[in-house]
Structure formats: structure tokens, C-alpha cells
Write a protein that binds this ligand. Structure first.
Ligand code: PEP
Ligand code: MG
Length: 762
């Protein structure tokens, strides 16, 4: 019986292929297909519905329903049984369609006569393209074999759609990958860029989804799988000694490569007439649909491993490598599902922008994109399935959107925006070498944050007076194995060389929480942000900390050195860390290494506990830097990585400003050097308010220095302070509205009030 159905299935695919070979218009092909399917399955009706836009399906061809309904009947996603198949990506098989929940009768099609209904999604690599339906008068239940057979046909239709076989009149039959598409995502690094798509993983094209000789195709599949297994085993062998996460991924690859279920399904697909590559793609497509449905992150990762493996298998079968011979456009915007930090560094500054389907704001790739100051958009829908190499694309990461193949209106508006930004950049360049001195005569030190060598050129270009925060963990994060002491010493030395005598504050390793080293066993902690991280790891496992301290001392090689400890939550932790520095200095001296010309040791202030630390703490540290990102998340108990809450509390909330003021006062009393290095230092309004409450040193992304300095130079801190005082007295939750009003009034040349107890503006 199965044999017979398989033969039927193959016969049908053979007939479909002949229909495709005829040089006829897309509509005629679709008509022929519906006729052949109905004939082969013995059903009265066969219809193809294709998406007209993301939300609407259109009847594009039918055998059995009223011909007039073609290109007239439309339904929304989720509407009726067809809409249900499209929305859920699952099959509907019922002997009595009218009795089904959600059934919707389309009068113009004359479908009331038909009782049974079988609908399967037409999808390619998880992208929904339409629905294929067969219907019969009798209350027939389609067998599992028939369902499977129809799925195989739907797969072929999907491939044909991708290859443009049905292009014709009407929007639903328009050629794919030509329309403008807007993708919404999340900002990973602000900025706007125009360019052309460069696909990190070019799509594999399956030109022949149907094959005559199943034995030959099975052989091809088995050979390819064998090659894949050998490849995975070799990779495993090579990485035995290093990187545990990579090892885990490879183990999963191996598990899948040996999976009988995966193999059996592909063999079955082939026995029904699919070519080996089409069978791989069919399974891959279904895995992608599952991937979009599961929420469990472990399962998602495993499905994504299977997806990678399928890609490898497809490349073996089709002979299409990553190298497609295509030339990278001169203005490349990288489009990828995901990309690793090392790969991104390899592309370097040649990229104009990056758009990722997955990725995360705090990911290592995002860290690199920031270091390279390349606009980055993450979570951008299904862009890798829609974009083609060379497509025109505009990325507006400030607004969290990417316009693929934009129309003329978008192009004009976007270019205006870029031109305005270029004007602003020019203005900032003109004040690059001027101090951030306010109208009231206060000067604020402008420092930059860094973490990679790639950041250092910005020291010159941005006009930064030094590096207020060098995040040393980035060097650890972007590698597959722990860097060696000599490597680190060389790197730190190069950093100091590039700084040309400007002060660089090296923060010791801040790992844990969102920063997980790929080669360290992940800690299964219920609450990693409050867990074993940063200085806690350093003090509990001092080996790495000592190694890093030695590398810093050797890198300084007789030059001044500034070391800062992250995440100090109580005085004793600072003392213990400081003692490690002293011991290391003594050891280095014994070993005959040159000691730094001067050494200053400080701490980050990023837990509320330290605001209330003993006075001796403020006296002992040589400097403090407020880590506003962490301090704020702990103060408001709102996870900085959680999209739902991270913007909920304003930095200009009166309570938070009072906390910062308290730090300023304590540092003033003890004469402790203080700066602020969280992200808020780089936001002009926030920076202005921080300056108004007494912060005199700000460390930020290099790109923020221009905008922040420009606002500070045009402001009077006394006025801002008065506005803050009044807002407080009035019981405001945040001082932002009052400060914004002050800035608007100043910009408009309107008078501003400055006496506490009155309203801030006239
Ligand atoms: C901070 O917490 O504000 C900070 C600068 O450190 P990081 O963002 O690296 O945690
Ligand atoms: Mg921090």
C-alpha cells in the first residue's frame, strides 16, 4: 500500500515537473498544477492560496471551485480553515469542514458542496508562502499517506514559487524579492546607514526539487550524510582541547547527523519523488516552523543547531559553498541570522551597517559593532529569507527599522536624515579640540569607554581626553580560549601606545551575569545579575586576576597605570583586591620587571551599598567611577537586559539623582576623584543633569562625545540645577519634563526662570 502511494506520489511529481518545463505564463502553470493534483488524488477540488501581503491570502488557482473566484476571494490570516492553516503552519484534515470551528463559507467559490477538507501550508525555510487545499464532496478522511504526499507537493510548489515559476499578473503572483519590505527590530547600536545587502550566509538554491530516480537520490543523500559525519568528527577531534561551548554544539551536530528519525524522514521524502536537497530543505523548513513556536531557549538552540547542520548538508549536496563568486558591494550592509564577534571583527570597518534576525542587544557581536561604531539592528524578522545579495537597503537603527528595497519616498526622507546627521557631525568636529566648558564656566572632563583595539582610533577622532573605562573582558569574550598573559601584556601595551600618554583606566575582568566566557563552564545561577560575577569571581579564583594584574603591569612597562575593580559591593572586597595588586607589584619587582611609573587603584561604584560605605572606603580608593548601568538596575530592581522593564525607570528620576548627589557629596568631602561611566553619560540630557548635580567627569561611547559636549557648551548648569530643585520641590517623579522645557525655552530664545520655589520657566 505504502509502495503504491509512493509510486503515485512520484508519478504526480513527474507530471508536475513536465508542467513546469512548459514555457507558459505563471497562471497557466498554477492552473495546470491544481488540475494535476485533483486528478491524481481523486478529489473534486484543488486550490492554491498565496499570500498577497503579510496578512492576506488570495485564491490564485483552483480546480473545482468557481473560476470567477480566482484572484477575487481573499481571506485574512487566521480567517476560516485556510487562514488557520496559514497562521498556525499546521495541517487541517477534516471529513466535515462546515462543522469545524472557525469554518467560513466563501459564497463566490461555491464550496458549500464540499464536505471534506485537507489543507497544508506552503512554506519555504519557515517562511509562509500560502496554503494548498484539496476538497471532496464525500465525507472523506485523508489518510496519513495522502497528507504526506500533499505536503511533498506543497514543498515543490514552495520551491517553484521561490524560483519565480508562477510570476504573472496580479499582486499575489508578482515576482518575489522585489517589493519594498520594512523590518522592525531592536537597536543594538544607534546610527543610520544606506548600502547594499551582503549576506553572511548566502542562500542555497535548490534548482531541481523533483527527481526521477529515488535510488540515485538516496545514494546521494547517504554519501552527503557520510561526508557530513566525517566533517563533524574531524571538527570534534580538533576542538577537543579547547572551547567547551563549541564542543557542545559539535556534539549536538553529531547527534543529529546520526539521528535515525531525521534520516528516515528524508528517505521517505525522497521515495516520494523529491530530490535529496529538496528532502533536506523540507525537513529544515519544518524545523524552522517549530523553532518559531518553541519558547524554551534550550530547545530553540538545538533546533538552530539542526538548521546549521541542514545548511551544511545542502552545501555538500549542491556544491554551493559560502563562496558564491559574488563581489562584496562597496557599501555592504551585513545581513545574517546571527554572527559571531570574531567574524564581525574580520569584516571590520568595511561594513556600513548590520542587520541580524536574531542577536541580542548585550551580545558579543553587539559589543563589537559598538566598538566599530557600526549601526546594528537585531531581531529583524525574517530578513535573511527576504533579502538578496546586492539589494538596496537603508538601516535606521535609531528608529529600530530597516527598509529593504525602499521606494523613492523612503529614500528621500532617509537621505535627508543622513544629511542632517552629517551636518551635526561637522558641527561636532569643529568643537573636537575645544573643552566641554559650560556657559557658567564649569569644565567637564570628556572621556571615552573602550574595550577593543578597534576602539582606540576614536580617542583621536572623538576628542576624548582619555579612556575612562577600558572593559578588559571584551578581549576574553571574543576569543575561543583564555588569552595568555603575554598576549594580554602586548595588547595592554599597544593600548597605552595608542593612547599617546592620555590616561587609560583598565577595569579588571568583569564577567558573569550577561558576560559569559565561551570557554568557561556556565554557572547555572537562578539570578546571574546578582550572582557570582566580576570581583566575586576574581577574589574566589584569584589565579586569573593575578595573571591579568601581571599582564597590566608588564604592559605598562614603566608607564603610569590605572586599575579599577568592578562590582565592589563592600569595603572589604576592595581591600582584598587592592592587596592582590600590592602582592603582584612586589612579585613583579622580585622577578625584575619594570614597575609602573605611577599606579592608581580605584573601584566602580555600581551597587547601592557602596553609596553608604564607610568613610574610609572613600578615603582609601584613589578614584571612583559610577557604573550607572548596574547601579540603576539594582536601585530600581529592574533588569537592564530585560526589554520589558529596562526603560521603565528614568535615570532622571528624582530618587536616583539624589543617590548620585550623595556620592558626589561624599567624594567632595574626602577629595576622591569621581567620574560616571554608564551609558547615561553619553545621553546629552542625562549628561547635562549629571553635570548639574556635580559630576565633573563623564566617560561614554566615542560617538556620544560630540553631542554631549555640544549641549554642555551651550548650557548653564546653575539654571539646570535650579530647574531640578524646583521639580523636586514640586514632587515631580522625574526632572526630565522640566529640563526639556528649559532647553526648549532656551532654544527659542525665551526667558528662563532661575529662582527655586518658582516655576522653572516663564
Ligand atoms: C556599568 O555598569 O554602568 C558599567 C559601565 O559597566 P558594564 O556596563 O560593563 O556592566
Ligand atoms: Mg557594570
Amino acid at each position: 500500500m505504502v509502495e503504491r502511494t509512493e509510486t503515485e506520489s512520484r508519478k504526480l511529481l513527474g507530471r508536475l515537473r513536465n508542467a513546469m518545463a512548459n514555457n507558459v505564463a505563471g497562471q497557466a502553470r498554477l492552473d495546470k498544477i491544481t488540475h494535476l493534483i485533483a486528478d491524481s488524488m481523486g478529489t473534486e477540488v484543488c486550490s492554491v492560496y498565496l499570500f498577497r501581503d503579510e496578512e492576506t491570502l488570495e485564491l490564485c488557482a483552483t480546480e473545482g471551485l468557481e473560476a470567477e473566484a480566482v484572484h477575487q476571494t481573499r481571506m485574512r490570516l487566521g480567517e476560516g480553515l485556510v487562514g488557520r492553516v496559514a497562521r498556525t503552519g499546521t495541517i487541517v484534515n477534516t471529513p466535515n469542514a462546515p462543522a469545524e470551528k472557525g469554518f467560513r463559507y466563501m459564497a463566490e467559490t461555491g464550496e458549500e458542496r464540499y464536505s471534506s477538507f485537507l489543507g497544508v501550508p506552503i512554506q519555504r525555510l519557515g517562511e509562509k508562502l500560502g496554503v494548498l487545499v484539496v476538497q471532496s464532496r464525500d465525507a472523506r478522511v485523508y489518510t496519513a499517506d495522502e497528507v504526506y504526499g500533499l505536503e511533498v507537493v506543497a514543498m515543490v510548489i514552495a520551491e517553484m514559487t521561490e524560483l519565480g515559476a508562477f510570476v504573472g499578473e496580479g499582486a499575489a503572483l508578482s515576482a518575489r524579492h522585489q517589493q519594498p519590505v520594512l523590518f522592525r527590530g531592536t537597536t543594538g547600536q544607534e546610527g543610520a546607514a544606506e548600502g547594499h545587502v551582503w549576506l553572511h550566509e548566502p542562500r542555497v538554491v535548490v534548482a531541481n526539487p523533483i527527481a526521477d530516480d529515488p535510488h540515485r537520490e538516496l545514494e546521494r543523500l547517504h554519501e552527503a550524510i557520510e561526508q557530513l559525519r566525517v566533517g563533524v568528527d574531524e571538527m570534534l577531534e580538533m576542538s577537543r582541547t579547547g572551547d567547551s561551548e563549541q564542543l557542545q554544539v559539535l556534539e549536538t551536530y553529531r547527534m543529529f547527523a546520526n539521528s535515525k528519525g531525521w534520516m528516515r524522514r528524508m528517505e521517505e521524502d525522497i521515495s516520494r519523488g523529491l530530490s535529496a536537497e529538496a528532502a533536506v530543505e523540507k525537513e529544515q523548513s519544518q524545523a524552522r516552523v517549530r523553532m518559531s513556536q518553541v519558547t524554551d531557549s534550550y530547545l530553540r538552540e538545538r533546533l538552530s543547531d539542526l538548521d546549521d547542520l541542514s545548511n551544511r548538508l545542502l552545501r555538500i549536496l549542491t556544491g554551493q559553498g559560502r563562496e558564491t563568486g559574488a563581489e562584496m558591494p562597496p557599501d555592504p550592509i551585513l545581513v545574517a541570522r546571527n554572527v559571531g564577534p570574531a567574524e564581525l571583527l574580520e569584516y571590520g570597518r568595511s561594513l556600513r551597517g548590520i542587520v541580524l534576525e536574531e542577536g541580542a542587544v548585550g551580545s558579543h557581536a553587539a559589543i563589537v559593532a559598538r566598538a566599530l561604531a557600526i549601526p546594528l539592528l537585531v531581531h529583524a524578522g525574517r530578513i535573511t529569507t527576504e533579502a538578496l545579495n546586492g539589494d538596496h537597503i537603508m538601516v535606521d537603527s535609531d528608529q529600530g527599522v530597516a527598509h529593504l528595497r525602499p521606494d523613492d519616498n523612503v529614500v528621500t526622507a532617509f537621505r535627508d536624515k543622513i544629511a542632517m546627521q552629517a551636518d551635526a557631525q561637522e558641527r561636532y568636529a569643529s568643537i573636537r579640540n575645544k573643552p566641554a566648558t559650560t556657559e557658567c564656566g564649569e569644565t567637564i572632563e570628556m572621556l571615552m569607554n573602550a574595550g577593543l583595539m578597534a576602539d582606540l582610533p576614536s580617542l583621536e577622532g572623538s576628542g576624548a581626553e582619555g579612556v575612562g573605562l577600558f572593559r578588559t573582558e571584551l578581549q576574553f569574550l571574543i576569543r575561543n580560549q583564555m588569552p595568555k598573559r603575554t598576549e594580554l601584556a602586548e595588547l595592554y601595551s599597544r593600548v597605552l601606545d595608542s593612547a599617546h600618554g592620555k590616561r587609560v583606566v583598565f577595569r579588571t575582568l568583569d564577567i558573569g551575569s550577561d558576560k559569559v566566557l565561551p570557554y568557561m563552564k556556565p554557572n547555572d545561577e537562578p539570578n546571574p545579575a546578582l550572582g557570582w560575577r566580576a570581583i566575586r569571581v576574581g577574589l574566589d579564583k584569584p589565579g586569573v586576576m593575578r595573571m591579568q594584574l601581571q599582564a597590566l603591569i608588564r604592559g605598562a612597562n614603566g608607564r603610569p597605570l590605572s586599575i579599577m575593580f568592578p562590582f565592589i559591593a563592600q569595603f572589604e572586597e576592595y581591600r582584598a583586591a587592592r592587596a592582590e595588586v600590592d602582592k603582584t607589584i612586589a612579585r613583579e619587582e622580585r622577578l625584575g620587571h619594570v614597575l609602573p611609573e605611577t599606579l592608581e587603584v580605584g573601584a566602580m561604584l555600581e551597587t547601592p551599598s557602596m553609596v553608604f560605605a564607610p568613610e574610609a572606603f572613600f578615603e582609601e580608593v584613589e578614584f571612583l567611577s559610577i557604573g550607572g548601568n548596574d547601579l540603576k538596575q539594582f536601585f530600581f530592581a529592574a533588569d537592564r537586559e530585560n526589554e520589558r522593564v529596562r526603560r521603565r525607570y528614568d535615570t532622571l528620576n528624582v530618587s536616583f539623582l539624589s543617590l548620585i548627589e550623595r556620592i558626589v557629596e561624599r567624594c567632595a568631602r574626602t577629595g576622591t576623584r569621581l567620574s560616571f561611566c554608564g551609558e547615561d553619560a553619553g545621553r546629552p540630557i542625562e549628561a547635562l543633569c549629571l553635570a548639574a548635580i556635580g559630576i565633573r567627569s563623564l566617560s561614554m561611547r566615542p560617538a556620544s562625545i560630540g553631542p554631549v559636549k555640544s549641549l554642555l557648551r551651550r548650557s548653564n548648569l546653575e539654571e539646570v540645577r535650579d530647574v531640578i530643585t524646583v521639580a523636586r520641590e514640586n514632587g515631580e517623579q522625574s526632572v526630565r519634563p522640566a529640563v526639556m522645557e528649559l532647553l526648549r525655552n532656551r532654544a527659542a530664545g525665551r526667558p528662563v526662570g532661575n529662582a527655586p520655589g518658582t516655576t522653572s520657566t516663564s
